[in-house]
Structures are given as structure tokens and as C-alpha cells.
Design a binder for this molecule. Structure first.
Ligand SMILES: Cc1cc2nc3c(=O)[nH]c(=O)nc-3n(C[C@H](O)[C@H](O)[C@H](O)COP(=O)(O)OP(=O)(O)OC[C@H]3O[C@@H](n4cnc5c(N)ncnc54)[C@H](O)[C@@H]3O)c2cc1C
Length: 482
């Protein structure tokens, strides 16, 4: 990968300063072409067999040297930001200095190590809202969202986005919100929503004033989502919804749900689904928590008993829900596939290896642990650089293709492998429940270990991801479908 003058991934042809083939006749130059090719006249034909072998070896050595030199140049890496981007960084710093004061930082809630590690519970109070509004106005936040709906509306620029992220994080400002609403529904509404829906929901969702849950899965409709059976029947100006959703994350806290509902029972299964926005306060909705193996109740079942949803709450047309839902699913996989999750866990694992003693030495000095850390860091770096590649492609308006399809499977399995190493380093202390006083890192890494099993499944189980990669990415024959 090459990073030069602020442009990612520009492979350069040998240019200024590049090693060049020697001038004819100079030391290291090949014999003139005429001598090499004219039958019986050049040194080739007069030389002994030994001399010819030596000459051939020399030619091969020279060719491989030039080839290597050109390849090194081609993949030359320059990680310095150009002046334009350094100036941009200064502008961002000045903005933060004016808009997020030391007092604001002092008022940030003291999050537990676990909450910080998982990036959860960002502020959505008035002060944080005012900051987000200003940041969006300056084009530093929600850069992909039009200004008309409260976004920053900027051309895609992965380096600027990275600089903003770095500076905002260092200054502990409120971050962009990354939950189901901002990260998954907003791209869908921008692509398929009506003007009224965009006006009503986009800005409030970006500011965290409307929280969303995702009503896709049902008992019997997970991987085979198009088999879903929750029905919507049109009665006057309302859809009357009956049925059940399951595994609905955050449904108890959510204000609204984006849901897939079967409204066209006579159509083929993919063509009979519509995408509805449902107010969770509507009479007839019953939310029941499901407790997981880590003791938490993050999931829920949601039951619908004659729930009346206004007709205008449909995104896209009747029977187009499957097509609309692809936007949400793509955003969800990109969210889960983001390498930052694996990076955070890896950095935590390194810190743990520095703090923990194994056989009388810090674990970081143990050759087996070092070996596993090295292998994992190579995988984390590969995931990060693949992320840069995708950002660059999207900045050019291209789809990431295969590189985009692998992220969710790769990152979720990688993060799981990293937390597996953290469990091994912690040894029997890994048995301590999250929050226990003596649990390393407040049990955060144990929590991650359990959570990554779930994240590998949420948004599409690993085998389904493998099918997607094989069929859409590699053009392999399609799996048998029911
Ligand atoms: C952390 C988490 C959060 C979630 N949040 C939500 C949410 O907010 N909203 C929501 O709607 N859903 C949510 N889900 C549900 C999630 O989308 C489903 O669990 C997932 O799609 C798998 O469906 P399933 O659980 O029914 O498993 P199944 O579809 O029954 O799959 C079971 C196993 O069979 C394999 N399998 C199934 N079909 C095939 C096939 N054709 N080829 C090969 N192997 C196959 C799968 O890979 C898997 O290993 C969440 C799940 C998790 C774990």
C-alpha cells in the first residue's frame, strides 16, 4: 500500500529518485542487443560454455535486482500527511479548543473501563447535542449526510475523516453515534426514505434523540430471513401488524423499530415483504427480555397484537422491503466488520500481557505468547489496511467488491481469537465475572470473549458470510436454496 501526499493506495511508477537500469556500456549494463542476437558474431557465440553460464547468471541477478527495486518503489510507503492535511488538522484542533472546553471534559461521565473499551454510553445531553450540531455545521461530523437533514455534507475524504476521528478522540469530545439508528437506518432512509421521513427522523436520530431497534429476525427466520411470517394487513390508513420478532437488541430502550413485515402474502417470499417504521409506544406491542449466558439481557422478544401502524410509515414501496433491507444489512456488516473493534481488543490484550506474570516473568516476554501476539497483530493490521482500501474505493465512488464482503467474517473471528488469547493469559483469573474486584481489566476481556461469539452471528452467521463471499465475491456456484 502506498500513502503519499495524502492519497491512499496510489501505486507509483518508478519516477524521480527511482533506481534506473544502467546506461548501455556503463558498469552493470547488459551487452548491446546486437551482440546478443546476431548469430555467430557477438561475444555470446565466441564465449566458452562456462563464460556463457556466468553471463546468464549475471543477467538473472541484474534482472531480479531491477525487478525488486521497481517493486519496492511501486509499494513505497510514506505515512506523512501532506501540508494540506496538516493544516486541516490544525483547523480541527482550533475548532475543538473553541467548542469543547476543559470544563466539558471534566463533566464527561466517568465510564467504567468496560464501557470505555466497548465505546458505549456516549453523551446525548444538551451540551453534547450543541457540540454535535456545531461539528456537523463545520463538516466535521456525519459528513455523508446532507446539510438539509443535519449532516456535514462533505465529499468523501478518508484522510480528513481519520484526522477528525483522531483529534475528537484525543480531546474526549462527543463522538458520532454508531448505534443501529445512525449507523444502519440513516443510510437506508437517505437512499429509500420519503422526504417527510428524512425530515422527521434523520437529525433526531443522529443526535441520539430517537433510538432505534431492528425488527428482522423471527423464530424460524434468521439466516433464512425471507421466511419471516409477521403480517401487516392494510385497514384504511393503517397497517395492522401481528406476529413476533426475536433477538431484538435494545428493544426495551428503543423509541422506534425498523421492521420487515409480510404485507403481500400471495407474492413469492422475497417479494411479499415491506419495510415499516413502528413507534414502540403503539398499543399492542409487548417486549420481553431474553437473558444471555453472560447474565445480561441485551436481547428481547417483541410481540405484536393488532398493532396499528400509519400507512405512511413504509420505507420504499409495498413488497420492496427485501430490496430496502439490503441497504441496512450492508451498513450493519460494515459496522461489525470495522477493524477498530479488533484493534481495541488487541491493545487491551497487549496491556494485559505486560501486566500479567506467567512463570515468574511478564507474559509479554513469553515466547509462545509473543508468537501469538505477533500473528494476531499482523491480522489486525491487515484488517485496518483493508479498511483503508475500502474507504479509498468508496471515496472514488466504487463498491469494495470482495474486499468489502470479507470484513464482517474476518473481523469478528479475529476479535474472538484476540480475546481467546487474553483468556489464556488471564489463566484462572479469566473465571472471574465482569465487575469482580480482582478480575483483570474489570473482566472486560472475558466479556469480549463471550460477546464476539454473538457478534460473529449477528448480522449474518459465519457460514452465511462464507456463502456470500463464495457466491458474490468469487463467483462460485450457488448453494442449494429452499
Ligand atoms: C449479538 C446479536 C445481536 C442481534 N441483534 C438482532 C437485532 O437487533 N435484530 C434482529 O432482527 N436480529 C438480531 N440478531 C439475530 C441474528 O440476525 C440471527 O441470529 C442470525 O441471522 C442467525 O439466525 P438464527 O439465530 O436464526 O440462526 P440459524 O439461521 O438457525 O442458523 C444456525 C446455524 O446454521 C447455519 N446455517 C443456516 N443456514 C445455513 C445455510 N444455508 N448454509 C450453511 N449454514 C447455514 C448458520 O451459519 C448457523 O451456524 C442478533 C443476533 C446476535 C447474535
Amino acid at each position: 500500500m502506498a500513502v503519499r501526499d495524502g492519497t491512499l493506495l496510489r501505486h507509483e511508477a518508478p519516477g524521480n529518485g527511482a533506481p534506473r537500469r544502467p546506461e548501455p556500456g556503463a558498469r552493470g549494463a547488459l551487452p548491446p542487443m546486437a551482440h546478443r542476437t546476431r548469430r555467430g558474431a557477438g561475444p555470446w557465440h565466441t564465449a566458452s560454455a562456462l563464460a556463457r553460464t556466468r553471463l546468464l547468471r549475471r543477467i538473472r541477478r541484474l534482472l531480479s535486482k531491477w525487478d525488486r527495486a521497481e517493486r519496492v518503489e511501486e509499494y513505497h510507503v510514506n505515512l506523512k500527511y501532506s501540508e494540506e492535511y496538516q493544516r486541516f488538522r490544525e483547523e480541527v484542533r482550533a475548532f475543538i479548543k473553541d467548542h469543547w472546553t476543559a470544563e466539558d471534559v471534566a463533566n464527561n461521565p466517568q465510564l467504567s473501563e468496560m464501557a470505555q473499551g466497548l465505546g458505549s454510553a456516549p453523551r446525548t445531553d444538551e451540551r453534547a447535542t450543541a457540540f454535535r450540531r456545531e461539528a456537523a455545521k463545520r463538516g466535521y461530523m456525519y459528513r455523508h449526510v446532507p446539510r438539509a437533514y443535519g449532516g456535514g455534507e462533505q465529499p468523501p475524504d478518508p484522510l480528513k475523516a481519520t484526522i477528525i476521528g483522531e483529534e475528537f478522540k484525543a480531546a474526549k469530545t462527543p463522538p458520532e453515534l454508531m448505534s443501529q439508528g445512525p449507523a444502519m437506518l440513516i443510510p437506508t432512509l437517505l437512499a429509500h426514505g420519503s422526504e417527510e421521513q428524512k425530515q422527521e427522523f434523520v437529525e433526531k436520530t443522529l443526535l441520539g434523540h430517537i433510538r432505534w431497534c431492528q425488527g428482522y429476525s423471527e423464530p424460524g427466520a434468521g439466516s433464512d430471513l425471507a421466511s419471516l411470517r409477521t403480517t401487516g394487513v392494510l385497514e384504511g390508513d393503517h397497517w395492522v401488524v401481528n406476529g413476533q420478532k426475536i433477538w431484538t437488541s435494545n428493544a426495551r430502550e428503543a423509541d422506534w423499530m425498523f421492521a420487515l413485515i409480510r404485507t403481500e402474502p400471495d407474492e413469492a417470499k422475497h417479494d411479499g415483504i415491506s419495510y415499516l417504521l413502528i413507534d414502540m409506544k403503539t398499543p399492542g406491542i409487548d417486549v420481553r427480555p431474553l437473558r444471555q449466558m453472560d447474565g445480561d439481557a441485551h436481547f428481547n422478544e417483541v410481540f405484536f397484537d393488532n398493532v396499528r401502524v400509519p400507512r405512511a410509515s413504509m420505507v420504499g414501496d409495498r413488497g420492496q422491503g427485501w430490496y430496502v433491507s439490503r441497504s441496512t444489512l450492508k451498513a450493519e456488516r460494515a459496522l461489525i466488520g470495522n477493524a477498530s473493534m479488533a484493534r481495541r481488543t488487541f491493545d487491551g490484550c497487549v496491556a494485559l500481557a505486560q501486566m500479567t506474570e506467567v512463570r515468574g516473568h511478564p507474559a509479554i516476554q513469553d515466547p509462545v505468547i509473543r508468537d501469538r501476539l505477533t500473528e494476531l497483530e499482523a491480522r489486525v493490521l491487515a484488517a485496518e489496511y483493508n479498511g483503508f482500501r475500502l474507504l479509498t474505493e468508496s471515496a472514488k465512488g466504487h463498491d469494495g467488491g470482495l474486499a468489502g464482503l470479507v470484513t464482517k467474517l474476518h473481523t469478528s473471528t479475529l476479535a474472538h481469537d484476540v480475546s481467546r488469547l487474553a483468556m489464556d493469559i488471564s489463566s484462572d483469573a479469566a473465571m472471574l465475572a465482569p465487575g469482580e474486584e480482582r478480575a483483570p481489566f474489570s473482566g472486560m476481556l472475558v466479556q469480549s470473549y463471550i460477546m464476539y461469539y454473538a457478534l460473529a452471528i449477528g448480522g449474518g452467521a459465519p457460514n452465511i458470510q462464507r456463502n456470500v463471499i463464495g457466491e458474490r465475491g468469487l463467483g462460485l456456484p450457488r448453494d442449494v436454496r429452499r
